[in-house]
Design a protein around this ligand. Structure first.
Ligand code: HEC
Ligand code: HEC
Length: 298
């Protein structure tokens, strides 16, 4: 809606311009400085270089009529579609109206598709190729920047295609990650250890994943581990999915298994952050993404 000032501004300029064109046509048709004398017939009477004259013929009739037609068109258009400030056209057309009608029909088309998916149980949805194709597009737009376009993750961002899961591989857990996000919380536990004891602990963590390790150092490191780490990572380092603490007794790493990386993890702590999508995506969309994610590790 335009304010009253701009409403009249538009109305007056539009009407005056169209009427002005009409008047200009009438006026140019009427006036003539045609020289009708014998020798200068049909010219303006201007002569250059002794013999160059300017003809002054009236506009051809068909040409003139085109102008009248455009003026009539302008009025018909304004009546049908509106355009004079806030005065609506008789067809009641508006950009917003057209946008909303298109959105509405898109939603209806989507609704049909989603109604079909809503009837499927989770297992069927995970196996449905069409659902996964849509899920993949949603994943690409919302998740791929962290988990990779193929879901294989990156340092600090878990791989979703393998069978190693921080929180467990199930529809509910994946849905929970999508809805609420995830906050990994590995606190700094080694504050009371000196540098040599931290090195021992690093070597013990390496040894758990099957890397070659100095046995004496590992034995000393195990003592610290039993004291500081088993509450979350388990006695044998198999992790705890209720806490999202990763399994350490395999060779799959979230942050990395090189000695320097393990040391950084211990000394600085780790806080992997995944944002929540409950308010960002509709439930239909979140469900399709969850099904797609689970289809990756089947
Ligand atoms: C800003 C980066 C980021 C985005 C975007 C993101 N994630 Fe995550 N996601 C993470 C991080 C980091 C973790 C690990 C959290 C932790 O350390 O506990 C994670 C964890 C997960 C987990 C748990 C994995 C496991 O092993 O248990 C799932 C499932 C998951 N994300 C799915 C998704 C899906 C689906 C999307 C898109 C809707 C998404 N993520 C978007 C960063 C992200
Ligand atoms: C309060 C629970 C908790 C305690 C105690 C804890 N951790 Fe962790 N640890 C975690 C969590 C949770 C993560 C994953 C962090 C993330 O997702 O960002 C983690 C990550 C790690 C990683 C990275 C694994 C990888 O795949 O890159 C290592 C290594 C590790 N912890 C070793 C230790 C050691 C050694 C101790 C004992 C000094 C310890 N943790 C104590 C919860 C804990």
């Amino acid at each position: 809606m335009l304010t009253s000032f701009w409403h009249w501004y538009v109305v007056i300029i539009t009407v005056v311009t169209i009427l002005g064109c009409f008047w200009l046509l009438q006026w140019t048709k009427g006036v003539s400085n045609r020289d009708e004398s014998e020798d200068g017939a049909g010219t303006t009477g201007h002569v250059w270089d002794e013999d160059l004259v300017e003809l002054n013929n009236p506009l051809p009739r068909w040409w003139l009529q085109l102008f009248y037609i455009t003026i009539a068109f302008a009025f018909i258009y304004l009546i049908l579609f509106g355009g004079l400030g806030n005065i609506p056209g008789v067809l009641n057309w508006s950009q917003e109206g057209q946008y909303e009608a298109e959105m509405q029909s898109a939603l209806e088309a989507q609704e049909e598709i989603f109604a079909r998916y809503r009837e499927m149980d989770n297992a069927t949805l995970i196996a449905d190729a069409d659902a996964n194709a849509t899920g993949q597009r949603l994943f690409a737009n919302n998740c791929a920047m962290c988990h990779g376009s193929d879901g294989r993750g990156a340092r600090g961002f878990p791989n979703l295609t393998d069978d190693d899961w921080l929180y467990g591989r199930s529809y509910d857990m994946v849905m929970q990650a999508i809805n609420n996000g995830r906050q990994g919380a590995m606190p700094v536990m080694v504050g009371g250890l000196d540098d040599a004891a931290i090195s021992d602990l690093v070597v013990y963590v390496q040894s758990m994943s099957g890397q070659k390790a100095d046995a004496a150092m590992a034995a000393r490191g195990k003592k610290s581990f039993d004291m500081l780490c088993v509450a979350c990572h388990g006695v044998d380092g198999s992790g705890n999915q209720a806490l999202g603490s990763p399994r350490l007794n395999d060779d799959i790493w979230l942050y990395g298994g090189e000695p320097e990386t393990i040391r950084t993890t211990l000394v600085e702590g780790r806080n992997g952050m995944m944002p929540a999508f409950e308010d960002v995506l509709s439930e239909d969309h979140r469900r399709l993404i969850a099904a797609y994610v689970l289809s990756l590790s089947e």
